[in-house]
Ligand binder design. Structure first.
Ligand code: ZN
Length: 315
């Protein structure tokens, strides 16, 4: 099914084989993959994420990871891809924030792909503001995000950063409501002007927050394979059908395929076979993924049409 992947972190998009190769080239050891089928603390994933990040040591490495991520997502049926990049940790090796952003943009050139510059909930608001000022200088940067564990930051500290990017027309796509409750999702919408929320599933704990998302048509980027390994939700408990019924746009994303072992097409397979979504619901999700994206109008129109054709063909 044609679709957009709106939730993909650059480091987490790395192919496992590329991680092994880059680590060998740079003489690094990589921690063993976590056993699947059981929950692990956030730190266990963070350690592996940091090890993968350390394996990207040059502009050439970064260019390769972006290029392969685009190839993998096109092969998964994506007509549009948004890659989230926090330039902070790559900047010292590549000579500043600008070369990091420009290398990623260079690898995306001519591809159906947009860059989301992201800061981290774990860094100060001033750092996000500095990245925001930089992000708005590039026309091919389509959005601004905040990744990492939202418990490590405070929403008001990031208002200024999102004000700057919002005024420049970048869409606001922070992570929220992963660990914190429904209040956090609402705060991201009200204070950071979120157009989409990364995860945001705790919104379901409060009917008025769900209504708030529906009223403002704020999409949730749900990444099924990210929740069971972190012990926050089982597949069966994911409320995708309830969110759709409540009028909340839902887009499936792949988050960190390197850590969680699944690309975006696999998220749709899980949504159909394990979560039990109907083909009609899957088509709605795919449609939300493209309509909630920063894709150009012609890609949006063509994708919506192609999803309708897919539905007509399968029934
Ligand atoms: Zn994420």
């Amino acid at each position: 099914m044609p679709k957009a992947n709106l939730h993909l972190h650059l480091t987490g998009a790395m192919r496992p084989s590329t991680l092994v190769e880059l680590a060998a080239v740079h003489g690094l050891t990589v921690p063993p993959p976590l056993p699947m089928g059981e929950a692990h603390p956030w730190e266990a994933f963070q350690t592996r994420y940091d090890a993968a990040r350390a394996a990207i040591r040059s502009a050439e490495d970064l260019h390769r990871v972006v290029t392969e991520a685009i190839e993998d997502n096109l092969a998964d049926g994506c007509t549009w891809l948004e890659i989230q990049l926090d330039p902070t940790s790559y900047a010292p090796l590549l000579g500043g924030f600008e070369p990091v952003i420009e290398t990623a943009l260079d690898a995306m050139d001519g591809k159906p792909c947009g860059l989301v510059v992201a800061s981290s909930w774990a860094r100060p608001g001033e750092h996000a503001t500095a990245l925001a000022r930089l992000a708005v200088r590039y026309t091919k940067v389509v959005g601004f995000g905040l990744s990492n564990d939202e418990r490590r930051g405070s929403v008001p500290d990031f208002v200024e950063a999102f004000r700057i990017t919002g005024e420049a027309g970048l869409i606001s796509v922070p992570h929220g409501g992963f660990y914190e409750g429904a209040w956090h999702v609402k705060a991201c919408v009200d204070q950071l002007k979120a157009r989409r929320i990364g995860h945001g599933l705790t919104a379901m704990r409060e009917a008025r927050t769900v209504q708030h998302l529906a009223d403002h048509q704020v999409a949730l980027e749900v990444c099924p394979t990210s929740y069971p390994p972190l012990g926050v939700a089982s597949y069966e408990s994911l409320p995708i059908g309830d969110l759709l019924n409540a009028g909340v746009p839902v887009a499936l994303g792949s988050d960190d395929p390197l850590l969680f072992g699944a690309g975006v097409a696999a998220q749709y397979v899980i949504a159909r076979e394990v979560i039990g979504l109907s083909d009609k619901q899957l088509a709605a999700v795919a449609t939300h993924s493209i309509t909630s994206s920063a894709a150009p109008g012609d890609i949006k129109r063509n994708t919506v049409e192609a999803i309708e054709t897919w539905c007509a063909k399968i029934h």
